[in-house]
Design a protein around this ligand. Structure first.
Ligand SMILES: Nc1ncnc2c1ncn2[C@@H]1O[C@H](COP(=O)(O)OP(=O)(O)O)[C@@H](O)[C@H]1O
Ligand SMILES: [Mg+2]
Length: 257
């Protein structure tokens, strides 16, 4: 169980640009849940993910994992149990390193051995099998530099790398937004497959309402640092993209924008 309790988050505190984004924000995510998060630009989606990952610190409140307070834990410590994929395919892989080197580093996450050695020939066969599951022909390109792959191939590789070591949480921040529709579909299918297979607790931010409907067993809509819609289970399963769009519209009208 991941819990955000009474989270407070300010930006530019004490200046004319002060923004209190989260004012006693609460969220509990049970193990193995797949949460799709939607919401307008600036509603606090990325900030919420950054708080979970420890990329930014909260100004109040607590973050707990299985009842254990991790609020003070640094980003690199939390990184051990978190896989994260960003919108930019370039962020999840190292362009100047080969696919093999990239995968080796991901495999040895936070382990000096992997970082020093960079390569691990013995594992090549295993990595090849993983790559084969992507159906992108990357299994024959272990020695190719990640920087020469297409955006979609890189994002698929980033997703694979984020999930190849044992993790508790998968954090996806608009990870298909920069891809063309066909490639986005492919990466989304891969996401669904990996989440199902690994039963990893997942938070996926997306602007694609169809993905939000088709994937995940909980839907959260954020607006101005609050969860204005939160449905799970049967209720989520019945939800249509039009329902979310309608709710989106009503909420932004209600808030005068
Ligand atoms: N580092 C920062 N400094 C100042 N303001 C920020 C910073 N990061 C985010 N914000 C502000 O916080 C709000 C939420 O941003 P963000 O979490 O990125 O939203 P979203 O991901 O939903 O688009 C926005 O108004 C944004 O301008
Ligand atoms: Mg964002």
């Amino acid at each position: 169980m991941l819990e955000l309790r009474n989270i407070k988050k300010y930006y530019n505190q004490g200046t004319v640009n002060e923004l209190c984004l989260f004012d006693n924000f609460n969220l509990s995510i049970p193990d193995h849940q797949f949460v799709s998060v939607v919401g307008s630009n600036g509603s606090g989606k990325t900030s919420m993910l950054n708080l979970v990952c420890g990329s930014i610190a909260a100004d109040g409140g607590q973050i707990l994992v299985n009842g254990k307070d991790i609020t003070g834990k640094k980003e690199f410590e939390r990184h051990q149990s978190i896989g994260r994929v960003f919108q930019d395919p370039a962020k999840g892989t190292c362009p100047s390193m080969t696919i093999l080197e990239n995968m080796s580093i991901a495999d040895h996450k936070g382990n000096c051995y992997g970082l020093r050695r960079g390569k691990n020939k013995g594992k090549a066969g295993q990595y090849q099998e993983l790559l084969r599951s992507l159906n992108l022909g990357l299994e024959d390109k272990l020695e190719v530099k990640a920087g020469s792959l297409s955006g979609g191939q890189r994002q698929a590789l980033a997703l694979l790398m984020a999930t190849m070591s044992p993790i508790e949480f998968l954090i996806l921040d608009e990870h298909t937004a920069a891809l063309d529709p066909k490639t986005a579909e492919l990466v989304m299918e891969l996401t669904g497959r990996i989440v199902k297979e690994k039963q990893v607790t997942t938070i996926m931010v997306t602007h694609n309402l169809r993905y939000a409907v088709e994937y995940g067993n909980r839907l959260l809509m954020m607006h101005q640092g609050a969860a204005v819609m939160d449905c799970a289970g049967e209720e989520k399963a019945r939800l249509q993209a039009e329902d979310i769009f309608q709710a989106f519209h009503e909420i932004s009208m209600g808030y005068g924008n």
